[in-house]
Design a protein around this ligand. Structure first.
Ligand code: C2E
Ligand code: MG
Ligand code: MG
Ligand code: MG
Length: 278
């Protein structure tokens, strides 16, 4: 009977749904606890100038050192953290720890030429408190705002345009640079790009990986770099995994690069050895 089949299917669906919901609830509880216990830490991935591979800064990438779960990557906690808005607290924890670390490296290695680039979930840009919150952290840490970059995704440009723009302008006024992350994968309407004070486009790694084998990817990268140049923005190529990708990007006048070919994300103590000036 169709009716019985329907019922059977419903029960299977129900059981697996139940497990999923339980897992999500458990994860949410654990994330809440982890925020209180301060278990989220930044790892750092250097960003290089493609012409000479000199480190110009690094991206802070969240990692969860969990009592219960061990070492956890963003793909396992960022989606639920975004859904529950717990990401807001995680972002600030990573930003504060990353700024504190850069300040230590400035004191230790006299590397005042480096910046740290932190990811902020789009919702931060819908809060009027954002510039003040960040200023407070920078003051506490003692880091000059010009050494902080902030990465956001295109989603932040699609809603509440007025307040997003005000927040961006306030951050720019403080001396913070603004990067558009994963460029080319979002809802990229080119028509709005020029309205925002964006300093850098980060070309998504899906276009870059083995770019020499994909003519169409090359065309897209070229178009993004031309667009950035015309809007007086710089470009960072993400996800560079081999020498030929690095060379090709440089030939296409992409100024900066980031990827496993140069450096993987690493904990602070591993990065320190790369910061010693000759
Ligand atoms: P993202 O901001 O685009 O960060 C770059 C991601 O690409 C990182 O993944 C990095 O490890 C990875 N990656 C870098 N070079 C290569 C490469 O050559 N090959 C490959 N296959 N991957 C490469 P990760 O650390 O797993 O982070 C994933 C995403 O999670 C980030 O993408 C970002 O969207 C989000 N995320 C990470 N940390 C934070 C954070 O503190 N706050 C927020 N809101 N999001 C974060
Ligand atoms: Mg990023
Ligand atoms: Mg990215
Ligand atoms: Mg991403």
């Amino acid at each position: 009977h169709a009716k019985d089949k329907g019922k059977g299917r419903y029960e299977v669906f129900d059981a697996s749904m139940h497990k999923k919901v339980q897992n999500a609830l458990r994860l949410e509880t654990d994330i809440r606890e982890a925020i209180i216990k301060s278990e989220f830490i930044p790892h750092f991935q250097p960003i290089v100038r493609l012409s000479d591979e000199a480190i110009v800064g690094f991206e802070a990438l969240a990692r969860w050192e969990s009592d219960q779960r061990g070492f956890v990557y963003p793909s396992e906690f960022i989606p639920l953290a975004e859904e529950t808005n717990l990401i807001m607290a995680i972002d600030f924890e990573i930003l504060e720890k990353a700024c504190r670390q850069l300040k230590l490296w400035q004191d230790q290695f006299k590397r005042f030429d480096l910046y740290v680039s932190c990811n902020l979930f789009a919702n931060h840009f819908f809060n009027r408190t954002l510039p003040g919150d960040i200023m407070k952290i920078l003051k506490e840490v003692g880091l000059d705002p010009s050494h902080l970059h902030i990465e956001l995704t295109e989603r932040a440009l699609l809603e509440n345009t007025h307040i997003v723009l005000e927040n961006m302008n306030a951050l720019k006024q403080m001396g913070i640079k603004i990067l558009l992350d994963d460029f080319g994968t979002g809802y990229s309407s080119l028509s709005y790009l020029h309205r925002f004070p964006i300093d850098v486009l980060k070309i998504d790694r899906s276009f870059i990986n083995n770019v020499d084998e994909h003519d169409n990817h090359q065309a897209i990268i070229k178009a993004i770099i031309d667009l950035a140049t015309n809007l007086q923005m710089a470009t960072v190529g993400e996800g560079i995994e081999n020498l030929s990708d690095a060379k090709l990007l440089q030939e296409m006048d992409c100024m900066y690069g980031q990827g496993f070919y140069f450096y993987k994300p690493m904990p602070a103590h591993d990065l320190a050895k790369h910061l010693q000036l000759p």
